[in-house]
Design a protein around this ligand. Structure first.
Ligand SMILES: Nc1ncnc2c1ncn2[C@@H]1O[C@H](COP(=O)(O)OP(=O)(O)OP(=O)(O)O)[C@@H](O)[C@H]1O
Ligand SMILES: [Mg+2]
Length: 324
């Protein structure tokens, strides 16, 4: 098992992953707080620095790139400064941004965190969740139809900010089927029916609960959710279960549980993005679904144990495999 996982990991390099979904910019404003404003009873933050990270779907692309895969990002950004910033950040991380189209009707989805003396004081969001217009849909569909021939695996990273429309999802699944490229979906429950006939969906337990109307709370409930989703959507299902690890439901009827290694958790943000990126690279490298899930579980366990936003490296996963 260990030898096999190490072999798969070695093949991650240069695998081509197309990520389609909601590009976001995470902006952090770091400062000092020393006084209350004379204008209103609020703290005044004296800014020391500003930092940026790719968020949402673009964090999946970032994770693929950090593991030496080649990431191609498809989605939209608005006509604003945040668009330039996110594209610059993604380029720095070697993510191909040719599939990010300009949408003049939306702002670039952006989450700004203001942190004073190490403590988050406020979050400011820029977003407009409506579906993209027809013209943008056509640009994206055209891009996908061309790109699909060149890549190994597709990830749909849906945060329901407007890119994953019925038409885009449909056309993507059609193109993937005819080009025999696997599609992995990190879903939003309200878009459930769009994901029919994908190869794998990766909801967490609360998303799976919402998608099936089965109340979460026991191992049995999770098994019922997985079987129901699999039948209804005709797709393999990987339910991520936080500190309990993951449960994989395959079309052949098998159910496998991948336990998480107990970890001290520093940040849960982005664990799901790490899972999607590692599954994609593993499948592109010839892994079975179970092997892909085992690797993703190791990687996500490392991710939650990290302070800050740093992504997981191949060396860290390698050590994780050796410790199995
Ligand atoms: N406390 C933990 N200890 C070990 N591993 C964990 C822990 N929490 C999460 N993980 C790992 O991260 C994976 C994904 O976590 P989770 O099920 O919380 O995903 P998620 O809710 O989709 O995350 P996100 O908020 O990033 O979307 C888990 O399947 C597991 O491998
Ligand atoms: Mg998630």
């Amino acid at each position: 098992m260990k030898q096999r996982l190490l072999k798969i990991l070695e093949k991650f390099k240069d695998k081509k992953i197309l990520v389609i979904g909601d590009v976001m910019l995470d902006k952090y404003i770091w400062g000092d707080v020393s006084r209350i404003s004379p204008e209103a009873p609020v703290q005044v933050v004296n800014v020391i620095k500003e930092t940026y990270e790719p968020g949402g779907a673009s964090n999946v692309a970032n994770n693929v790139s950090a593991l030496s895969g080649r990431a191609f990002m498809a989605g939209i950004a608005g006509n604003d400064e945040a668009k330039n910033t996110i594209i610059e950040e993604l380029k720095k991380k070697n993510v191909d941004t040719a599939g990010i189209f300009l949408d003049r009707d939306k702002p670039t989805t952006q989450k700004v965190r203001i942190i004073g003396k190490g403590q988050q004081l406020l979050r400011v969001d820029y977003e407009k969740k409506e579906h993209v217009h027809k013209e943008i849909e056509e640009q994206i569909v055209k891009f996908l139809n061309e790109k699909i021939k060149e890549i190994d695996v597709v990830v749909v990273s849906d945060y329901a900010k407007g890119v994953i429309t019925p038409r885009i999802c449909n056309k993507l699944l059609e193109a993937s089927k005819s080009n025999k490229k696997p599609v992995i979906v990190d879903p939003k429950p309200k878009h459930r029916d769009l994901y029919m006939n994908a190869d794998l969906i990766t909801p967490n337990n609360s998303e799976a609960s919402e998608m099936t109307n089965i109340e979460d709370g026991s191992d049995e409930a999770v098994i019922n959710m997985g079987s129901k989703l699999l039948k209804y959507l005709n797709t393999n299902v990987l339910i991520t279960r936080g500190e309990k690890g993951m449960s994989l439901f395959e079309r052949d009827g098998s159910v496998k549980h991948v336990p998480a290694k107990a970890k001290e958790v520093y940040s849960l943000i982005g664990a799901g993005d790490t899972v999607a990126a590692v599954i994609a690279l593993a499948l592109a490298s010839g892994a079975s679904l179970e092997e892909a899930a085992t690797l993703a579980n190791i990687a996500a366990g490392i991710k939650v144990g990290k302070i800050g936003t740093a992504s997981v490296s191949a060396d860290e996963i390698k050590r994780g495999i050796e410790e199995l």
